[in-house]
Each structure stands twice: as structure tokens, then as C-alpha cells.
Design a protein around this ligand. Structure first.
Ligand code: ATP
Ligand code: MG
Length: 591
């Protein structure tokens, strides 16, 4: 594409000196203030000319790397029929996140949140033999999700741009190769996009499937928490961390369980103090991790049904709702409310013990334990009577549950699930923004939609698939998060809306003539230019502020130096300035 000049006198944008009231994170504030995006409705944004250029640049990089790996671009509609999503059960499973619409005849349609079904059907439509596979298909398209908490501008939108691709193979080995090819292409893509990222183990989520990794941009504003090991290469979204299960303990020496009055122990600390004073252990002191806390929750299934669930975990840990939901997706989780508690008089708040929990118990409530609660471990827990606890309750001997679940928070210093042992690594956590997600779907969609091909022996086999997403519009915000300072945005060169921001700083025809000519020369040299050609009331100070806010990597000022034949060339990121003879500027910048 040939280079362009955007004249500030005509540019469809207004810069703002103050942060918009609804913006919390830097990228959102700056993208609005610098005239890149405008809010149309909660979670729905309009891309103004500058923003659209950045979005297109990100899209361009993603497209180049997808094409380079050999994937083929196509485009599905965003408005989709219900039937395929019914066949995969996602019409229901997607729950409140799905935008469902009806046409004039009352037929159900949806706005696509992701397109596994449509791609599966397209391959079924066109292909029938193993010889046609593997095939890798992608699109870059607007997606629609009625997010519960749209947030931070384009970072979490209800309409957003996603690159989604899908691989189709006949064998598991083939799928492994397709997955590896995507992973390599993602590394190239994210290296070019210019932010700090980490690849972590992930859960497969609502899509189903097995092997799965996320590309997270390291960022304090991220909604995902990931952990990394201090000694091996292990990195995982906390949702995907599996706690190393300790070996069962010998409990022959543990006395029989006994219920005791524990007055005035409103906190776990006060309970632990009382235990150590009145019921000391023979081997060591009681601590908070020896108390068994039972948390009552309600599961909200996508079809609207509600189901109580109890989780038992060491008292020094909280339930991590995101981690829990990661295991249960698409089910959502809420704390148990008063009305639900009222249905279960056997549950004595603050003193709920395992005796009244479990599918076989009086409450009938499903009861799942943290994996650390192995056979032989010794606990203190509620006695199901106000003001009393049971001491020396032994897992396996005195209580059991319906299974285990990864729901307890992961803490800095926890043992690494991969290498953690006495001398192994420990975990530390940080926040990240999910930028990309690759995973092996397996045969779930091909089975639901009956995608089969003939293999070498003329036998019909079900195709195995992978699904790979990149948040294109989210990337614009993530890049801005990682590339700004107190003055404004500082785009990486490949992403910026222009190569040069040329400022005519002063008065007089001569100065503007020189700046006009320089803009033309820069364009002729193949550089995109934002040219601040505003005359009249707009002072040089305002122009400089706008240039810093907009964040083009090189700022060229035609001003006072012109009488000596020089212009100022400034690096937006480092602030370095140099006077360059007017005649050399184009060569200087092209270099
Ligand atoms: P999240 O956990 O952030 O909700 P997700 O796991 O639902 O994301 P995927 O279904 O894997 O997301 O979608 C692929 C990519 O699309 C994500 O990695 C992310 O970059 C992007 N994405 C997902 N939801 C949104 C959104 N609401 N706004 C902007 N980008 C999004
Ligand atoms: Mg995901």
C-alpha cells in the first residue's frame, strides 16, 4: 500500500486532556484520550481513523504469520443459524454469554462467539478423503459475547475482533503437528506485536478437548493469574494448576475423634490458640492448615438449574472462584445464599462438618475435597452443633467425600507440581492478559456434526481438530498497556498509525511551505505521516502534547531551527532529540 499523509487539520479525532470517567486502566484512558476509540455502548467500541490503522496493523501481522504457516483465510458470517450450535450443545452451554436473535419468522439465530461448528461443517461440505487433510483454515472477524463484566475498553468487549483458526487431521499425530505449527506461528506473531508474554498451561474451557496453552501478556491489569516455577520451566494459569497429591499417612497413633466445646473462637486463629491450649497434639502444634473448612456454594448450570456443592479445604486457604469455575466450565458458581441454607437445617453455619455432607449424607449435598486431604490426615472441623468442633478427625477413617476438586487458591511458595519435592521448585504468581489460546479439541465437534473422511483403507474415520484464537482488538489494548508513559502512547514501529508525526511549530508561510514539502517528501519515500498542519489558534505546545499522546515513534518538528536549515527529530520513546539538516531528514528517517 502506498504511504499516506493524515493532516491534523482534517483528521477525524479529538484529543482529550482529561481521562474519561469510565476508564480505569491506562490503555483505555489513552486510547480514548488520543482519539483512537469511542464507546458506543458498554463493551462496544467504535474505531476512529487512528485506532483503525493500529487495529489493521495488528491484523496484518497476524495475517502474515498465519499465511506464512500455510493456513488459508476465509470468512464466515457472524450471524449464524441455531442448528449446528444445538448439535454441539453450545446453544445451551454458552449460557448468558451468547447473543441469541430471532428473524421475522421467529427462527433462532446467534451472533457467533467462536466458530468451531461452522468450520467443521464447511470441511464436511467440501472434503471427504484423508488425502485432503491436514487443512488449516482461519478468519479474522468480529465475535460477539455478552460478557458478564465488559471491562477496560477494548480489552474485554462484547463485540471484539478475533483471529480464529482450526486444524483438521485424521490422526492424533497429525493433530500434534498442527498444534505445534500453530504454536510456532503464535510465537512469531507475539514476538512481532511487541509486548512481554509468557506461554502457560491452560484448561480447555467450554470448548472441551485436551492439550491446551495460553499466551498471556504480563500485565498487572490482567484478569488471569499464572504461576511459574522457581527451578523448572513449569508455567500454568492457576486454573490449570494441579496440586501434587501427598502420600497417605499412617494414622494408627491418632486418638479417636472427639467433639469439644470451643467457645469464643470466631476466627481460625482463635480456634487454633484454643486447640493448642486445651487439646495439644503430641507431635507438633496445631496450625490453621489443620482445620478443615467446608465451603457451601451453588452451581448455576447453563440451562438455569441450580445445584448445591460443598468443598472441604485446609482452613488457611480460600476457594479461588476462577480456578473452581475453570474446572466446572460452563457452570458458574455463587456462594450459597440464605434461602438455600434455609432448605438445609442440618447445616449449622460456622460449624459445618463432613458428617452432614456428601451424596449419601442427610443433606445429600455433593462434597468434594481439596486433593491435599489424603487418607490419614488429621483435622479439626465443625461438629454440626453451634459452639463445638470435632478434634482428631482422620480422613478415610472418620469421613470420606464424593471426590476431589482443584478449587483452593494457589499461593506463592507452594510446591511446583512438576518438579516440587523437598529440594524442588516453588511457585510464584503474577497477572496476565490472555492474548491467545491454542488447544487440541480432539473429535468432539467432528462427532457432534458427523465429520468423517475415508482413510487409506477406505474406512470412514472421524476427523480430529484443533482450535486456535488470538484476540486482535484486545492486542491493541495490551500493546498500549506495555507501551506508554505518563505523556501518552509509545507504539512499536510496526504497530503505530504512522511512521512519522510531523509538527509545523510556528507561524508564517515559509514555515508551512517547508513543512508541506517535507510531508510530501516523506510520503514519497514510503513513510506514513501524521502532519500537524493546524494554523491559527493551535499553539506549538498543544501540538507537541498531541504528538506525545498519539504515540507515533518519531516526531519531527519544523520550527525555530528552520532559519538555520535544520529540523528537530525526536524519538518518542527515549526522548532523544537531534537537529538534522532539512535536506537530510528523509534519508535520516528512511535509514
Ligand atoms: P477470557 O478467558 O479472557 O474470557 P476466553 O478464554 O473466553 O477469554 P477464547 O474463547 O479462548 O477466550 O478466545 C480466543 C481469544 O479471543 C482470547 O485468547 C482473547 O485474546 C480473545 N478474547 C476472548 N474474549 C474476548 C473479549 N471479550 N474481548 C476481547 N478479546 C477477547
Ligand atoms: Mg481461552
Amino acid at each position: 500500500m502506498s504511504a499516506r499523509i493524515l493532516r491534523m487539520s482534517q483528521l477525524f479525532a479529538r484529543t482529550l486532556r482529561d481521562d474519561p470517567a469510565d476508564a480505569e486502566v491506562p490503555s483505555h484512558k489513552l486510547l480514548v484520550r488520543a482519539g483512537y476509540v469511542r464507546r458506543a455502548a458498554p463493551g462496544i467500541y467504535t474505531w476512529l481513523p487512528l485506532g483503525l490503522r493500529v487495529l489493521r496493523n495488528v491484523e496484518g501481522i497476524v495475517r502474515e504469520e498465519m499465511d506464512a504457516m500455510g493456513a488459508q483465510e476465509l470468512q464466515f458470517p457472524a450471524l449464524l443459524p441455531r442448528e449446528p450450535y444445538e448439535a454441539s450443545n453450545r446453544w445451551t452451554e454458552y449460557g448468558d454469554n451468547l447473543f441469541r436473535v430471532q428473524d421475522r419468522k421467529g427462527a433462532d439465530l446467534l451472533l457467533g462467539p467462536t466458530h468451531e461448528e461452522m468450520f467443521t461443517l464447511a470441511v464436511k461440505d467440501l472434503y471427504s478423503s484423508y488425502k485432503d487433510l491436514p487443512v488449516w483454515l482461519y478468519q479474522i472477524q468480529n465475535k460477539y459475547r455478552d460478557e458478564a463484566r465488559p471491562r477496560a475498553g477494548v480489552l474485554r468487549g462484547r463485540e471484539f475482533v478475533m483471529k480464529d483458526s482450526y486444524s483438521f487431521d485424521t490422526t492424533d499425530e497429525g493433530l500434534d503437528k498442527s498444534y505445534a505449527a500453530h504454536r510456532a506461528a503464535y510465537i512469531k506473531t507475539f514476538d512481532r506485536l511487541g509486548f512481554d508474554y509468557v506461554i502457560v498451561k491452560a484448561t480447555a474451557g467450554a470448548m472441551g478437548g485436551s492439550k491446551s496453552e495460553e499466551f498471556l501478556a504480563r500485565s498487572v491489569v490482567g484478569e488471569d493469574t499464572f504461576v511459574q516455577c522457581s527451578s523448572c520451566g513449569y508455567a500454568a494459569n492457576v486454573e490449570a494448576v494441579t496440586v501434587p497429591v501427598p502420600p497417605a499417612l499412617d494414622h494408627t497413633h491418632v486418638p479417636a475423634a472427639h467433639a469439644e466445646a470451643t467457645p469464643d473462637t470466631p476466627t481460625i486463629e482463635s480456634l487454633v490458640d484454643l486447640l493448642n491450649a486445651q487439646f495439644p497434639r503430641d507431635d507438633r502444634a496445631w496450625d490453621a492448615g489443620d482445620t478443615l473448612k467446608n465451603v457451601l456454594l451453588v452451581l448455576k448450570h447453563p440451562d438455569g438449574t441450580r445445584e448445591p456443592l460443598a468443598i472441604g479445604l485446609p482452613g488457611d486457604r480460600e476457594v479461588d472462584q476462577k480456578r473452581l469455575e475453570g474446572q466446572l466450565e460452563p457452570i458458574e458458581v455463587e456462594p450459597m445464599d440464605e434461602a438455600e441454607f434455609a432448605k438445609h437445617p442440618e447445616l449449622v453455619k460456622g460449624y459445618i462438618g463432613p458428617g452432614v455432607l456428601g451424596e449419601e449424607s442427610s443433606s445429600g449435598i455433593r462434597y468434594l475435597l481439596d486433593p491435599r486431604i489424603v487418607e490419614g490426615t488429621r483435622w479439626v472441623t465443625g461438629a454440626d452443633v453451634d459452639g463445638r468442633h470435632v478434634v482428631d478427625l482422620v480422613a478415610g477413617r472418620d469421613f470420606t467425600a464424593d471426590g476431589t476438586i482443584e478449587a483452593a487458591e494457589v499461593r506463592d511458595g507452594d510446591l511446583c507440581p512438576n518438579c516440587g519435592s523437598d529440594d524442588g521448585g516453588t511457585l510464584s504468581s503474577a497477572r496476565g492478559i490472555e492474548m491467545g489460546h491454542i488447544f487440541q479439541l480432539g473429535r468432539k465437534y467432528a462427532e457432534a456434526l458427523d465429520l468423517k473422511v475415508l482413510d487409506e483403507n477406505g474406512k470412514l474415520v472421524t476427523v480430529t481438530m484443533g482450535s486456535y484464537g488470538i484476540g486482535v482488538s484486545r492486542a491493541v489494548a495490551a500493546i498500549a498497556e506495555d507501551n506508554h508513559d505518563e505523556l501518552g502512547l509509545c507504539w512499536p514501529r510496526e504497530i503505530a498509525p504512522a511512521h512519522v508525526h510531523l509538527v509545523a511549530a510556528g507561524k508564517g508561510e515559509e514555515l508551512f511551505d517547508a513543512a508541506d514539502a517535507l510531508a510530501d517528501q516523506l510520503q514519497a519515500a514510503g513513510l506514513d505521516v501524521i502532519y500537524d498542519d493546524r494554523r491559527g489558534k493551535v499553539s506549538p505546545g498543544v501540538k507537541f502534547k498531541d504528538a506525545e499522546l498519539m504515540g507515533v515513534p518519531t516526531i519531527v518538528v519544523v520550527g525555530k531551527g528552520l532559519v538555520d536549515g535544520v529540523v528537530e527529530v525526536k524519538d518518542r520513546r527515549t526522548g532523544d532529540r537531534a537537529d538534522v539538516p532539512l535536506a537530510d531528514v528523509v534519508a535520516h528517517l528512511s535509514a
